[in-house]
Write a new protein. Structure first.
Lengths: 374, 367
């Protein structure tokens, strides 16, 4: 019995392997595709129905969520009906297949598709060589966006991390730590659009004239100090800084919370020993606290730098990129949706990707180090 | 010695708390201003700063009189013992007793307003919820353009945008978590060929900027007729949220005790049973943290809603941004609108602060 199986394994082995592979691929696509089709039917119902909005919303939520759950159950049941070895081979793909297919469609494959599009013209038909990249690296507006993004990355990150560190260290010595931290952290809950409105109101400018009172906080303060009110958001290049303030306002809380939890991890004995040796608080801070939380500081800085690289909403809502405040992500949006130039937009997206490649490489390296589990 | 040590400690505590209070004040003032403004009458918003709800001295009108027609307004005039020209009166002339005379309008009005500086207390002008009513309900404006097409422009209707945001955010949170949980289970507990390679892909695309996807995915959506649909945006948020969700849940699930699961397997439980009865309940902390992060991310997202949903099903961020664009100086709508959009995230923030922080920290690397 055993012998005969071994004999035939030469030919049927390849065949069986092929079938298994095809089965795996099919099962990976099975759930997402069926899910998609089922959701599609309800989508048509939702689009065509004239039911009250609240009914549509409830149906949409239930159908969307239950549909996905149901299809996992069904496809799992389907696989479990297969003979034992088949079930064992195919079942993992029931679980990971949908995730891998969706991630592939939405993020992995688009990298290649965008790369291809970046060498084509504005409607993605003719090849144009490196024209779009020449635009991306030489155009006056693109150069302006590079300058501004650099400003965001340097100034914004420096103050976010710096203020976060300052508050973390100070709050560590205060009884009201939790209160301070939640106040500084609160803006993280707010959308960038909401934050934009909040700060637009701070910067608002009414101009001069009899009986006109400035209603913006900044202009009122400047007037109270004897200065002149200004249209802050239309004063290049300073308006960039006023926009960066918004990002600092949003991101300091993030830096604060991460750094604060790292500071809590410093062994008390270390600090005590330093103090007994006669180190001042400042010396202890630089020789113990900073080296101890260095890794955290690097992580926080990287995260905020990436954030400021991709920054879009704030500029879009506050100035639309006018008056010298344009940034890369906004120029991407303009190229794609205002000027309808997919080639240039794709090239800009690739520029953004290139900028984060060091982080991707680092993530992969870290992952490979811990990969012994695999 | 002990006293001076105590003194020093007190002083440093004062400095620390003083600095922190100052920073916190700076942090909270902009939001406070918007909140107070959203409750003020639109007329008041336009004529005075929101801080005037605090007690302050204000020029209040105490009287008004007409200038005698016989007086020549082109020459210096005398009122209440003070001589002044029209230009000076136009700017306002202070009387010895502190009252101020101001000429109202142009020369022909011949009206002078008497004002006096007086203290006014908290909320001297009544607060109102009208702005919220205005911004939440929206009338449809219909008109016919030159070509004869009927154009319907929706009002602000943030109430409907709020419902749309819920319709977008709830499935966009649950669907990726569900799919990611299955995948994380597969990656951490099952053995299959290509496992390492596929998970490497997940790690690699963790920080890919989503601008990369917008152009090609939009092409697909145009072909599939998915633009502007809930399904389209759920899938988009699922696609962009999955790498992080899978990565975080994998990290969590792979630390679950192995013998527990092996025991369950020995008892003849199927993979599916192990997953639903054992792994999912054990992973609730990780699931909750990610759920909160993803929910807030979707709720606050503007870019994806702008690109894939647009005007067809307006979500709150989109609706708020279009008020900024169309009615940038209508602060009564902007401030109340901003607060409507912040309502849910702030509630989550204050109610679930611990989970919120954990979820946000875990999710902060998202592309």
């Amino acid at each position: 019995m055993q012998n005969s199986q071994n004999k035939s394994s030469g030919t049927t082995g390849i065949f069986a392997g092929l079938v298994v592979t095809i089965g795996r691929i099919l099962i990976s696509f099975f759930v997402p595709v069926i899910t998609f089709l089922v959701l599609w039917q309800v989508f048509i119902f939702l689009r065509d129905s004239s039911a009250p909005q609240i009914v549509i919303v409830v149906v949409a939520i239930i159908w969307g969520v239950a549909g996905v759950a149901l299809l996992y159950v069904v496809s799992n049941w389907f696989v479990e009906q297969l003979p034992g070895p088949w079930a064992r081979r195919l079942q993992p793909f029931v679980y990971i297949g949908p995730a891998v297919v969706i991630m592939g469609w939405y993020l992995a494959v688009p990298v290649l598709r965008t790369l291809v599009l970046s060498f084509k013209d504005e409607i993605g038909v003719k090849w144009v060589g490196f024209d779009n990249y020449i635009f991306a690296f030489t155009d006056r507006i693109m150069l302006e966006t590079f300058r501004n993004n650099l400003l965001w990355m340097i100034v914004g990150t420096f103050f976010s991390v710096g203020l976060g560190l300052l508050v973390a260290v100070l709050a560590d010595r205060s009884r009201f730590e939790a209160v301070y931290k939640s106040i500084i952290f609160m803006p993280m809950a707010i959308s960038f659009v909401g934050a934009g409105v909040i700060w637009k109101f701070v910067y608002t400018y009414k101009g001069e004239g009899v009986g006109i009172e400035e209603i913006g906080l900044l202009n009122a303060m400047v007037l109270a100090l004897g200065g002149q009110s200004q249209p802050w958001l239309s004063l290049p290049p300073w308006n960039n800084l006023f926009l960066i303030v918004i990002m600092i306002w949003l991101q300091t809380g993030f830096a604060l919370v991460v750094i604060s939890s790292a500071i809590k991890g410093i062994p008390l004995e270390l600090l005590e020993a330093a103090r007994i040796d006669g180190a001042t608080e400042v010396q202890a801070f630089f020789s113990i606290t900073i080296p101890y939380i260095k890794g955290t500081l690097i992580t926080v800085t990287t995260t905020i730098v990436i954030f400021s690289l991709k920054l879009f909403d704030i500029v879009r809502v506050m100035t639309g990129g006018n008056n010298g405040t344009n940034v890369i992500a906004n120029e991407f949006y303009l190229q794609r949706f205002t000027y309808g130039n997919t080639g240039r937009a794709s090239a800009i997206a690739i520029v953004l990707l290139i900028a984060v490649i060091p982080v991707i490489v680092n993530n992969l390296r870290e992952f490979n180090k811990e990969r012994r589990a695999f | 010695m002990a006293a001076s040590y105590k003194n020093q400690k007190l002083r440093s505590s004062l400095v620390i708390n003083g600095t922190l209070i100052l920073i916190c004040l700076l942090w909270i003032l902009p939001t406070l201003g918007v909140f107070v403004t959203s409750l003020r009458n639109s007329q008041d918003i336009f004529t005075s700063g929101w801080w005037t709800v605090l007690p302050h001295k204000e020029n209040l009108q105490t009287g008004e009189f007409k200038v005698d027609p016989a007086v020549n307004v082109d020459e210096p005039m005398q009122f209440e013992g003070v001589t002044a020209t029209f230009e000076e009166l136009r700017q306002g002339v202070t009387l010895p007793d502190g009252r101020m005379l101001t000429w109202y309008g142009n020369k022909r009005t011949r009206t002078i307003i008497v004002t006096e500086e007086q203290w006014v207390g908290f909320f001297s002008k009544p607060l109102t919820l009208d702005n919220y009513v205005d911004v939440l309900t929206g009338k449809e404006i219909r008109f016919t353009d030159a070509a004869g097409n009927e154009i319907i422009r929706k009002g602000n209707n943030l109430g409907s945008a709020f419902l749309n945001s819920i319709a977008v955010a709830v499935p966009s949170t649950i669907i990726p978590i569900l799919i990611a949980a299955f995948a994380a289970f597969g990656f951490s507990w099952l053995n299959f060929p290509g496992r390492g390679l596929m998970f490497t892909m997940v790690v690699a695309i963790l920080v890919v900027p989503l601008q990369i996807s917008l152009v090609p995915i939009l092409q697909d959506y145009t072909k599939l007729n998915l633009n502007g649909t809930f399904l389209g945006i759920w899938l988009a948020h699922t696609g962009f949220g999955l790498p992080l969700a899978t990565y975080l849940l994998f990290n969590y699930m792979s630390t679950l005790p192995r013998d527990l699961l092996e025991a369950a397997f020995m008892d003849g439980a199927s993979n599916f049973t192990i997953f639903t009865k054992l792994i999912l309940p054990l992973s609730i902390p990780a699931l909750a943290s990610f759920a909160i992060f993803q929910f807030l991310w979707v709720w606050n997202d503007y870019l994806i809603a702008l690109v894939f949903l647009g005007d067809k099903n307006r979500v709150v961020t989109y609706a708020l941004a279009s008020i900024v664009g169309e009615k940038g100086q209508d602060w009564h709508l902007l401030t109340s609108g901003a607060f409507v959009s912040m309502l849910l995230p702030l509630a989550v923030f204050f109610a679930l602060q611990r989970f919120f922080v954990r979820g946000l920290l875990a999710g902060s690397v998202k592309g």
